[in-house]
Design a protein around this ligand. Structure first.
Ligand code: SF4
Length: 236
């Protein structure tokens, strides 16, 4: 796997990973956000039955759920898995549904990291849509990395620019996320997503006003804090 990857090489890297290197042992994790249609379209060309894992946190915009359904039908994706948080953890640690206000790291752990770790059981690699240009914390992203959970992550769009993405959307007449027209450039849970301020990066509206910049699914599980509940085991 090269250290750099021109946009023209993304499809072949993806095809090799899905059909050869990790055949039957790889999944795509997609937020069905503003850029997601690009990777989903590529995957649909290679294998529309590839498992697509979507973290349905219970806090998403209704427009995101509608976009998921529309893209799934349009692209003919046959195995989109909407993964929800464990009911017992929600009942124990977020019965009011407002954990994001006082402890967003724990909220993300219950709604994203823990469910993803469970959903990826049996897979040795996963595909992400992360890009270097999204934020300073992703500036060193490589096309392939060893993930914090020991699995390989394939990042076919690591070197894509906004212009590359726009061109792909246009070339393939892909629909945009409905909230993009309102100015959202990176879309997660409704409670933790704002529009970016002028001059700030595309992810600056995520957890705006907090030091938090990532939900945790791409970070070492050692971020789990000692004061977290015992049933949130991140020892993968
Ligand atoms: S993004 Fe916000 S609401 Fe969503 S899981 Fe994380 S803290 Fe909770």
């Amino acid at each position: 796997m090269p250290d750099s990857l021109p946009p023209s090489g993304s499809l072949s890297i993806l095809r090799e990973a899905i059909t050869l290197r990790f055949a039957g042992r790889i999944a795509l994790v997609s937020s069905f956000g503003t850029d997601s249609a690009v990777l989903l379209h590529m995957v649909a060309q290679i294998d529309p039955s590839l498992p697509v894992i979507f973290l349905e946190t219970g806090k998403l915009f209704p427009q995101t759920l509608a976009y998921r359904d529309a893209l799934t039908a349009l692209l003919g994706l046959r195995d989109v898995r909407s993964i929800r948080p464990a009911a017992r953890q929600l009942a124990s640690y977020d019965p009011q549904g407002r954990l994001w206000e006082r402890d967003p790291d724990l909220c993300c752990a219950i709604r994203k990291t823990y469910p993803l770790d469970e959903a990826l059981e049996g897979f040795t690699a996963w595909i992400t849509g992360r890009k270097r240009g999204q934020s300073a914390t992703r500036a060193g992203l490589l096309p392939q990395e060893q993930g914090p959970d020991g699995r390989v992550t394939i990042n076919p769009l690591a070197f894509w620019s906004e212009a590359d993405l726009d061109a792909y959307f246009t070339l393939h007449a892909l629909p945009r996320h409905p909230l993009q027209a309102e100015g959202y450039t990176s879309i997660g849970c409704a409670a933790c997503t704002a529009k970016p301020l002028p001059g700030q990066d595309r992810r600056s509206g995520r957890w705006a006003g907090r030091a938090k910049t990532e939900c945790g699914i791409h970070m070492p599980r050692a971020m789990a804090r000692p004061d977290w509940p015992e049933d949130l085991s991140f020892e993968v």
